[in-house]
Structure formats: structure tokens, C-alpha cells
Design a protein around this ligand. Structure first.
Ligand SMILES: NC(=O)c1ccc[n+]([C@@H]2O[C@H](COP(=O)([O-])OP(=O)(O)OC[C@H]3O[C@@H](n4cnc5c(N)ncnc54)[C@H](OP(=O)(O)O)[C@@H]3O)[C@@H](O)[C@H]2O)c1
Length: 251
């Protein structure tokens, strides 16, 4: 992709202050997009904005908890008012929950919280984004799911359920909004070296890596490169799809 593939485009990224979201903010900005980053931790968000601006890019941070509909709407509104519209939305905010446990030992609070962030957070986000994208005559939505959105993982059932829900939501909405010129796809990472994986594995990802044919974790930058492709005009006939970035785990 050429350096200015996304020149003039405006992107919103939830969970853009860390891991895959941060790498994607940098990647989209590198290709010329202006980026509005939403998350809860302001210091981490401002650091990404500073990094993008230091390279000559445009970015803004908006403190937004995706479980709060008003805050998500304010994030989208800030992207539109700061940069003039919305073309790309990466709905990436997500949590792993309270740790691994069989269903019968999991708390209801944990199951509800995981679905609240991973499913309803994204549900609020898409509902705020679609009218703004339609106003520009179309655009792109990319939702971060997981290999856990495509197969079961014992002791991780609420996270798995939340990501399966997003897969189904994304494919259905892709069909609804195609006539508006909006493409909706998901990116499904395998184990990626981020804070989330560190928290989930206690720093030893070998339990996941044993199922990865490439025999290593992926990097946030490798996922971001795929997201950048899906956001670009090169993917203009791609919608309703899941692109796995998983080192062959689901082959
Ligand atoms: N790493 C992996 O192995 C892996 C594999 C498959 C899928 N994924 C998915 O990739 C996405 C990004 O995760 P990551 O691996 O990059 O982990 P991460 O570094 O922990 O990033 C998670 C991001 O989500 C944000 N977030 C969490 N709760 C939020 C809320 N209520 N409102 C707004 N933002 C919230 C966090 O920011 P704040 O805490 O500041 O709000 C952070 O920016 C997630 O959806 C995750 O499920 C990760």
C-alpha cells in the first residue's frame, strides 16, 4: 500500500490506546488517516496521540467507555467535528474477564461484564458509527473478534460467547448496510503479544502457542497491517468476512 492510501480519511478506534488498537492507530495514521482514539485511560491515549503527531499525523484522544452509549456517541461526534466526518471505524475495545474458570464456577457478574464490554460496547459503537459513515456516502467498519469467535475454548466460555456474538452481529449488519456503501468485516487474531495476553496467560503463552503452526505469538503490528488492508480501497469488494491473523491456528 502506498504511503497516502488513506489520505483524507477519518478513523475512530475504540481501545486505541494499547495493544492492537494502538498499533492500528499508528498504522492508519502512517497511511494518512486522521485518527480519533477512544478508551478509558487518558494518559495512554494521549501518548498515542503524541506519537502520531510527532510523525506528522493527526489524532485526538477522547475518553470513552464503550459500555456508556453517550460516551461512544461523543467519541464519534468528536471525530466528525474535529476532522470533518467519519470513514473508518475499528471497534476493538475488549476485555478477557476475570480469568479462566469452568462455567459452573464462573460468576454471573463476570459473564455480564464481558458481554457488556465485548458485545454491547461494540453494539453501541456500530449504532453511533453507521449514520456518520452513511453521511459520507459509505465507509468501513472493522470489528476485532478472535479465534475465540470461531471455536470453543474450555474455561473461557463467556469471552468465547462474546466474540461469537460479534461475529454474528458483524455478518448480519454487513448485509444490512452494504447498500449504504458501508463494508463490515472482522479481524480474528490468534494469540497476540499484548497486555491482554499477558494478563490471560500470566506471561507464559505456551499453552496457546502449542496450537499455532507458526509456533509463536503474533505482534500487534501484524494484526494492524491486516486491519489497514481491510480499511483500504484495496479491500473494496470485501464485506461480511472474517480475516484470521492467527499463525495458522484455525487452518
Ligand atoms: N491479544 C490477544 O491475544 C487477542 C487475541 C484475539 C483477540 N483480541 C482482541 O483484541 C482486542 C484488543 O485487545 P489487545 O490484545 O490489544 O489488549 P489490550 O492491550 O488490553 O487492549 C484492550 C483495549 O481495550 C480498551 N478497553 C477495555 N475496556 C474498555 C471499555 N470499557 N471502554 C473502552 N475501552 C476499553 C483498553 O483501554 P482502557 O483500559 O484504557 O479503556 C485497551 O485499549 C480485544 O477486543 C481483544 O479481545 C486479542
Amino acid at each position: 500500500m502506498s504511503d497516502n492510501t488513506l489520505a483524507g480519511k477519518v478513523a475512530v478506534i475504540t481501545g486505541g490506546n494499547s495493544g492492537i488498537g494502538r498499533a492500528s492507530a499508528l498504522a492508519l495514521a502512517e497511511l494518512g488517516a486522521a485518527v480519533a482514539i477512544g478508551a478509558r485511560r487518558e494518559d495512554r491515549g494521549q501518548a498515542v496521540v503524541d506519537e502520531i503527531e510527532a510523525k506528522g499525523g493527526k489524532a485526538v484522544f477522547v475518553q470513552a467507555d464503550v459500555t456508556e452509549k453517550d460516551q461512544v456517541e461523543a467519541l464519534v461526534a468528536a471525530a466528525v467535528s474535529t476532522f470533518g466526518g467519519l470513514d473508518i471505524a475499528l471497534n476493538n475495545a475488549g476485555i478477557e474477564g476475570a480469568g479462566l474458570a469452568p462455567l459452573v464456577d464462573e460468576t454471573e457478574d463476570n459473564a455480564r461484564r464481558v458481554l457488556e464490554v465485548n458485545f454491547f460496547g461494540l453494539w453501541h459503537s456500530m449504532r453511533a458509527e453507521i449514520p456518520a459513515l452513511a453521511k459520507r456516502g459509505g465507509g468501513v467498519i472493522i470489528n476485532t473478534t478472535s479465534v475465540a469467535g470461531l471455536k470453543g475454548f474450555p474455561t473461557f466460555s463467556s469471552y468465547v460467547a462474546s466474540k461469537h456474538a460479534v461475529e454474528g452481529l458483524s455478518r448480519s449488519v454487513a448485509m444490512e448496510v452494504a447498500a449504504l456503501g458501508i463494508r463490515v468485516n472482522t479481524v480474528a487474531p490468534g494469540p497476540i503479544d499484548t497486555d491482554l495476553l499477558e494478563r490471560t496467560t500470566g506471561g507464559d503463552p505456551s499453552g496457546f502457542v502449542q496450537f499455532v503452526p507458526l509456533q509463536r505469538t503474533g505482534t500487534a503490528e501484524e494484526v494492524a497491517a491486516t486491519i489497514a488492508f481491510m480499511a483500504s480501497p484495496q479491500a473494496s469488494y470485501v464485506t461480511g468476512q472474517t480475516l484470521r491473523v492467527d499463525g495458522g491456528m484455525m487452518a
